[in-house]
Design a protein around this ligand. Structure first.
Ligand code: DP6
Length: 322
């Protein structure tokens, strides 16, 4: 009745923004991401007859009631599948600081899905596990398979899950994460997804998503950095255009965010393989090749307003530790 699992966060190259079904987290468009190897969540789940409610610790601390009830609702789904009612003790650690601006919901719910389903005696294949993780956090379904991962949007619970496009060792990319702020974001992605439809740009973003997915998938398969850079930056800008034109508008950028974006464009014009992508926060994920990563890290550290730079490489699938 106890298991521990580890999963990596992922950075989306083609973004998920907006749901067809917010309850089931069926997205309006497919998305594509890369798992980040050096960052991880490690989660232990123990179902215990003695408990009268679920208990949750994150980094040794009890989180707020909202986080506890989100995890409890997720565990209800596991209990439903396993056909029992036992409460669980859940303990999760991230090797990256929770306040660092790096989202832990993808790695957290991917690790929780694997640990909880195994502890409950369910033997789920990768597709079923990805579908389960999706119920906790949409992007978590992309942290279940390894390497470069595509979320097939589908239109119901059965058809919405992620698959690995190519393994982690297919392309030696690096994600240099420039931290522009350590503040907690004011509007989390869950409420952000609900606002997406209020932007007049969302329909255009979604209508063109399959074309961008095709371009990005091909660029990754062919290791074509120039084609990759163009579509990744375009997709990030489209999502932020939707965010900024939602009602109410969402502005995630800080001045340092824009400084990094402009520097990256300038570096690329000098021949360095580098591009940016930004999630629902101010930090910039600067994607480059392993050969160029030391130089890019050095340059990023010199930009005033960049507090810290972390580096990730393509990561594997979610896996059991014990
Ligand atoms: C901007 O998966 O965090 O990072 O399902 O509400 O947990 P919830 O949303 P989440 O949304 C991710 C949004 C994004 C883009 C992406 O990762 O595709």
């Amino acid at each position: 009745m106890q298991a521990t699992a580890q999963a990596h966060p992922n950075i989306a190259f083609i973004k998920y923004w907006g749901d067809q079904d917010p309850e089931l987290r069926i997205p309006v468009n497919g998305s594509l991401s890369m798992n980040l190897d050096c960052l991880y969540s490690r989660t232990t789940v123990e179902f215990d007859q003695e408990l009268d409610k679920d208990e949750l610790l994150i980094g040794g601390q009890r989180p707020d009631d909202m986080a506890v009830s989100r995890v409890s609702r997720f565990l209800n789904r596991v209990r439903e599948l396993a056909d029992f009612a036992t409460c669980a003790r859940v303990s999760s650690e991230n090797n990256f600081p929770t306040g660092s601006g790096i989202a832990s919901s993808a790695s957290g719910f991917a690790a929780l899905s694997l640990a909880a389903s195994f502890a409950a005696g369910l033997e789920l294949d990768q597709q079923a596990l990805s579908r389960l993780a999706r119920r906790g956090s949409g992007s978590a379904c992309r942290s279940v398979p390894g390497g470069f991962v595509e979320w097939l949007p589908g239109n119901d619970d059965d058809s919405s899950y992620s698959i690995s496009v190519v393994a982690h060792d297919h392309w030696d990319l690096r994600d240099c994460i420039a931290i522009a702020s350590r503040e907690h974001k004011s509007t989390g992605s869950t409420s952000g997804h609900n606002l997406a439809g209020t932007s007049p740009f969302q329909a255009a973003r979604v209508a063109d998503a399959e074309r961008r997915l095709d371009l990005c998938r091909e660029a990754i398969i062919n290791r074509d950095f120039q084609a990759f850079a163009e579509v990744v930056e375009m997709d990030s800008n489209l999502m932020h255009a939707v965010m900024m034109t939602s009602q109410p508008p969402l502005y995630y950028w800080q001045p340092a965010t824009l400084d990094v974006m402009q520097s990256v464009i300038e570096w690329r014009s000098t021949g360095i393989p580098v591009c940016f992508t930004i999630d629902a926060g101010p930090n910039v994920h600067v994607i480059t090749t392993s050969e160029s990563s030391d130089g890019v890290m050095e340059k990023l550290e010199q930009i005033p307003g960049v507090l810290e730079v972390m580096m990730g490489e393509p990561g594997r699938e979610a896996r059991l530790i014990s």
